[in-house]
Design a binder for this molecule. Sequence first.
Ligand code: FPP
Length: 254
Amino acid sequence: MAAGAGPGASGAPRHADGVAANQSVPRHVAIIMDGNGRWAKARGLPRAAGHKQGAEAARKVLRAAGEAGVECLTLYAFSSENWRRPETEINDLMGLLRFYIQHELDALHKEGIRLRIIGDHTAFKPDVVAMIDRATAKTAGNTRMTLAVALNYGARNELVKAVQGFAAAAAEGRLAAEEIDEARIEAALDTADLPPLDLLIRTSGECRLSNFLLWQAAYAELLFVDTLWPDFDGDALHAALAEFAARERRYGGL
Ligand code: FPP
């Protein structure tokens, strides 16, 4: 058993973070939604059609995750590296974001889903920033489930910002080096108020983390599936959850 771990209230072994060692439903699932472009290319369609179908897949998977009892779903929608894509593709993605906030926000709110953003969405166009801010404010009090959307997110940058915050606090005499521990680092990350990451899925057969949740993935189960993201659906999520339930998590113990 990991150092500091002991039996949880339920009798199940618990990790030092308070995570049930072998819980059957992951509290927090994150997905790298990859393969939209290849899905479109295989059908002779423009890449935008792949992203459109990908956004529909995200909508369905969110519902399936909620019904399965997942507390938090984090989706990698736009990485800090995605600015390297052609402007037309970035505009398509922003158009989708506008469309889904406009058309889905009321449903999300009624279903008790809180929208959280990780990353720095303030780099987007002002109307998109305002829309996102209104949506997060409106749903901030919802408690049934959290949808965290990673927008202009990069894990290395998230860690750089945390370190800069510590350095500034230290320079002002508010923080001593020995006060910096794992809990303080976690609290300085964009995911501070989210449950520990249990399961990270990447679609489309690529086996990389691509600068996503690098700190948070330390003890997450990783699942790489061949399905292209637009084809991923509720059944595919259930299969991933079944795979998670079958794995034994030891956190360095025996
Ligand atoms: C990766 O596929 C996907 C993305 C870069 C964006 C993910 C976006 C969505 C699922 C649509 C919803 C997003 C918003 C912002 C509402 P890829 O284009 O890299 O696919 P490829 O590797 O096959 O080219």
